[in-house]
Ligand binder design. Structure first.
Ligand SMILES: Cc1ncc(C[n+]2csc(CCOP(=O)(O)OP(=O)(O)O)c2C)c(N)n1
Length: 349
């Protein structure tokens, strides 16, 4: 019997702050990144309170994942595409989506997402894992057209157990799609912990089976996320898709309908609070003499912006009845026409 190694793959972890390294980004960029993180945190808090007041029916908080989302978006060029899943509010903020529009969407009005294609950004897709198919498809289209841009798609650790995820990596690998699959491993898929999701040591290593690169990154270190994502996008633009696993933590409940105290210890949450990406970045900026009075005070300004945007969204015109049905199909199927008519009669429209 002969045995020989036919494949040996490698997965690296990228860290910057924990490795006591410094960023080569200019100070203005670093300050802007910190401000975006604060703004995203304030948005989260406001959305939470609006849900409690009945203005939003369900909200999925991103607290703790700001570095992963904002870092990834910073690495993206304007002509690259972004594919969100459902927890990417911080990413939308970094992409430049108006705050009031983001609130409007959380309030259940799809008009909040109307102008996203001007920003090379797809609307939110709630079905877990399906976003990866969109990412793969866009990446393959870029390859086929000979474009030089790339697409970055967000997905969660939970989605990596879905067939869609694996099909997407496989197709992207075979057809050299310009795709980066950015997994925010926030340690839970609702109540299911990461250890029950997969026996693999890392999520990043799943890439190797599809012949593509996998990188793990400290997802609470915004500087490391930027490095890792830039590297991944560079490869993707040249037809080498990459899977990035950003190791992070969801500091809040899964959504406002969840109670995470039923499935995780306070002690664990406290440990991750110590690794809060805002706290770590603030410390980094202070240690490197980049911290300013303006940054210290930015929380108040961010709160004002968020409050103003929330009021604008509350006052926005209600969507037209027809909009609920009209944009799903190019040609509306008979069953849907009947449903539309029935609802119309029920509410006397
Ligand atoms: C196809 C599908 N199955 C189930 C659900 C219900 N669901 C919503 S979020 C979620 C967990 C997703 O976990 P993960 O992919 O880790 O993302 P996270 O919520 O942690 O951001 C589930 C099961 C859904 N939206 N879509």
């Amino acid at each position: 019997m002969s045995r020989k190694q036919v494949y040996s793959g490698e997965v690296e972890r990228i860290e910057v702050m924990n490795a006591d390294e410094t960023s080569d980004l200019d100070e203005e960029d670093l300050k802007q990144l910190y401000k975006q993180m604060v703004l995203a945190r304030k948005f989260d808090e406001k959305a939470f309170s609006l849900q409690r007041r009945g203005e939003i029916s369900t909200y999925a908080p991103h607290k703790g994942q700001e570095a992963a989302q904002i870092g990834a978006m910073f690495a993206l060029n304007e002509d690259d595409w972004m594919v969100p899943s459902f927890r990417e509010t911080a990413a939308f903020i970094a992409r430049g989506a108006p705050l009031d529009k983001i609130f409007q969407r959380w309030m259940g009005d799809a008009n909040g997402q109307k102008d996203l294609s001007d920003m090379n950004t797809l609307p939110v897709a709630i079905p877990v894992g399906t976003q990866n198919l969109h990412t793969a498809g866009i990446g393959m289209a870029m390859k086929n057209k000979g474009d030089e841009n790339a697409v970055l798609g967000f997905t969660g650790d939970g989605s990596t157990s879905q067939g869609d995820f694996h099909e997407s990596l496989n197709f992207s690998g075979v057809y050299s799609g310009h795709a980066v699959f950015f997994v925010q491993n926030n340690q839970y898929a609702i109540s299911l912990p990461r250890e029950k999701q997969t026996r693999s040591e890392t999520i990043a290593q799943k890439a190797l089976a599809y012949g593509i690169d996998g990188i793990q990154v400290d997802g609470n270190d915004i500087l490391a996320v930027i490095e890792a994502t830039k590297e991944a996008l560079e490869k993707a633009r040249n037809g080498e898709p990459v899977l990035v696993e950003a190791e992070t933590y969801r500091l809040e409940d899964h959504t406002t309908s969840d109670d995470s105290t039923r499935y995780r210890d306070d002690e664990e949450v406290e440990e991750w609070k110590e690794k809060d990406p805002l706290k770590r970045f603030r410390e980094y900026l202070k240690e490197n003499d980049i911290w300013t009075e303006e940054l210290e005070k930015y929380g108040e300004e961010a709160e004002e912006k968020v409050n103003e945007a929330a009021n604008k969204a509350i006052e926005a015109e209600e969507p037209e009845f027809d909009e609920l049905f009209d944009y799903v199909y190019d040609e509306m199927p008979e069953t849907l026409k009947k449903e539309k008519q029935a609802l119309k009669e029920e509410i006397n429209q």
